[in-house]
Design a protein. Structure first.
Lengths: 260, 367
């Protein structure tokens, strides 16, 4: 039952911090069940845009709608309802440092559901296994984990409530190449298996070329290109030229960029 | 002069500068001093051919002085190698025109500080609004109160502080009695040491010592805890999960201190009087039973209650400032230190200011 109505609609967003304008009319839309990437150079406001989607920041002008719900002036109740429908993976995990991994994954279940302790344990264990972590990791604290494990644990926590929408902030940054590819495969697997829509910020070329369905490129305070890789590569914007059309990429991804 | 790095020959209409030796980082400051001495009233011909070794620092130095000379006279560079030119080009691209450093104007600085202060106050009022809103919600909805966290904080901020508060109060009580006894003995008014110690400890010093120790101990801890959570984005993570940080982080701490501080003040009163009692018996030979009898006579219940009433107020000040400063921490570790300092300083100052306010109110009311 895939309906093509966008899950996320960003419409004419303007964001300013003091005199600095970050976005000047940014619009994009994310469709159901796709893996959508937000790209752009550092400082182009990718993270800010994502924060505006997950209600950590409010844009000065413009609107964001998620599941058809406008975020501006949203009531507390509706906001809470929305928050239970998405999971967020922060760039550095943002696991609660005073809790074990199991407790981190469990916390929302504990607060928002009336599941029994036994059921909660089962769910926590399955999420840990789902992201490919060892069972004993559950009893460790975030400070005892490696960078890659933190990312996986944070993903497990983001998945705890079985969200329909997943926000990932640079999911593969800081991972070794093998770990990063496994993580990509995991995201695709989850998307196919759980019908999740994924929005991610990434710089990782392998992710962009292999798992991303659609993307939006932020540069000069605007979305300069949006759509599939093929569409985006048609763009003549300097950032796109520099990012995608260098010798390294032409060599490595010959088959994908040949139509440029 | 030192001819190791630079040599120059002055003719009628030109200065021929010959760079030589090692133009590398470790000699740059030496070379710079030499370059300063070159006269800039005639056309300069700069010869590079004798340079043995150079690095980016050397080339940057050359760029700096080339530009400087060029302002006054024409400069021609000769004898540079291809390698030098390549590095020069690379560095030229990345050397921005030197920008004049804006001088800080006193008035501007003052204005900025005032605005910052006003903004701080505005933020704090906003924060208080959030707290009262969350408190209001909690009062009508008891299940919102995080009992477990609250008990945890009562244990850590209250129970674990017993030793240090007991010790401090004991010593202060002793010092008061000791100092007072010397003066009172002069008038033969030995017995009044009980009044001095009893009333001053119970009404003023007990609450004050407790509040100051707790501000230093728990106020700073609250700032550091919440600040660290902010740096690691744990607060953002909480928000995205729909956990209101005010409800989960701020209120348990405030409620915990509001409960713990009066109890600590009670303990501090006992220890302070005990200290005074011991000092009095050593210094003035007032026996313990005499002391207690006299205490019964002079220390009315109202003094004790008036001291205790300050507890919840001080607790609210300390906990709310501690949490507020924690939320003020921005994404770097330096601000964590600054905010923790500010938290303790603000809390202690406000505790003392409110204590003065209490004194005025009590006096006006004739208590």
């Amino acid at each position: 039952m895939i309906y093509k109505k966008p899950i996320i609609e960003v419409d004419g967003i303007v964001t300013r911090f003091g005199d600095r304008t970050i976005h000047d009319g940014v619009s994009l839309s994310v469709k159901q069940n796709e893996i959508f990437a937000i790209l752009g150079e550092s400082g182009s406001g990718k993270s800010v845009l994502m924060k505006e989607m997950i209600m950590l920041l409010e844009p000065n002008v413009g609107n964001v709608s998620i599941f058809g719900q406008e975020l501006r002036g949203i009531s507390f109740k509706n906001a809470q309802k929305l928050r239970k429908q998405w999971g967020v993976l922060f760039q550095f995990g943002a696991l609660y440092s005073s809790m074990t991994i199991s407790e981190n994954i469990e916390v929302q279940l504990k607060e928002y559901t009336s599941l029994s302790q036994e059921m909660r344990n089962t769910i926590v264990r399955s999420k840990i296994a789902l992201v490919g972590l060892d069972e004993h990791v559950g009893s460790l604290y975030p400070s005892e984990l490696s960078g890659g494990m933190v990312k996986r644990a944070a993903l497990a926590r983001a998945l705890a409530m079985d969200p329909k929408l997943l926000f990932l902030d640079e999911p593969t940054s800081g991972l070794d190449p093998v770990g990063a590819r496994n993580f990509d495969a995991l995201i695709v697997k989850l998307r196919d298996m759980l019908d999740i829509t994924v929005v991610m910020i990434t710089h990782d070329l392998d992710s962009i070329f292999n798992i991303v369905d659609n993307m939006a490129i932020l540069a000069d305070k605007h979305v300069v290109a949006e759509g599939s890789l093929k569409n985006v590569l048609q763009s003549q914007h300097p950032f796109v030229e520099e990012f995608f059309k260098n010798d390294f990429i032409k060599e490595k991804y010959l088959d994908k960029v040949k139509y440029v | 002069m030192n001819r190791e790095f630079i040599d120059y020959i002055i003719t009628n209409d030109t200065v021929k500068v010959v760079s030589k030796g090692k133009w590398t980082l470790q000699y740059v400051s030496k070379i710079e001093k030499l370059l300063e001495k070159i006269p800039t009233d005639k056309q300069i011909i700069w010869d590079m051919s004798k340079i043995e070794d150079f690095d980016t620092a050397g080339i940057l130095l050359y760029i700096k002085y080339f530009d400087k000379f060029k302002k006054n006279v024409s400069v021609t560079t000769v004898g540079y190698s291809e390698k030098q030119q390549k590095m020069y080009k690379l560095l030229r691209e990345h050397t921005l025109e030197s920008i004049d450093v804006k001088k800080v104007n006193f008035l501007e600085e003052l204005g900025k500080n005032v605005i910052d202060l006003l903004k701080d106050i505005k933020d704090f009022i906003n924060f208080l609004g959030h707290i009262f809103y969350a408190m209001f919600n909690s009062i009508f909805n008891f299940s919102n109160i995080r009992i477990k966290e609250m008990v945890y904080h009562i244990h850590h901020s209250g129970f674990n502080a017993l030793l240090i508060i007991g010790l401090t109060s004991f010593l202060v009580g002793m010092v008061i009695a000791y100092q007072g006894s010397v003066q009172l003995a002069k008038f033969g008014a030995d017995m009044f040491i009980v009044d001095t110690v009893g009333i001053s400890i119970v009404r003023e010093l007990g609450p004050m010592i407790t509040a100051i120790v707790i501000a230093g101990r728990s106020g700073s801890a609250y700032t550091a805890e919440i600040g660290a959570m902010k740096i690691t984005e744990e607060i953002s993570a909480m928000r995205t999960m729909g956990f209101d940080p005010y409800n989960f982080l701020v209120l348990p701490r405030i409620f915990a201190l509001i409960i713990a501080l009066p109890l600590l003040i009670f303990f501090s009163d006992i220890m302070g009087i005990l200290g005074g009692m011991i000092a009095a018996s050593m210094q003035l030979n007032i026996s313990i039973s005499q002391f207690i009898d006299r205490l019964y006579e002079v220390l009315e219940l109202k003094h004790y209650i008036l001291g205790l009433i300050k507890g919840p107020v001080f607790a609210f000040i300390i906990a709310s400032i501690g949490c507020f400063r924690g939320f003020q921490v921005s994404d770097n570790t330096e601000s964590l230190g600054l905010q923790t300092t500010a938290s303790v300083v603000n809390a202690i100052f406000l505790v003392i200011a409110f204590d003065a306010l209490f004194s005025i109110i009590y006096t006006e009311l004739g208590l």
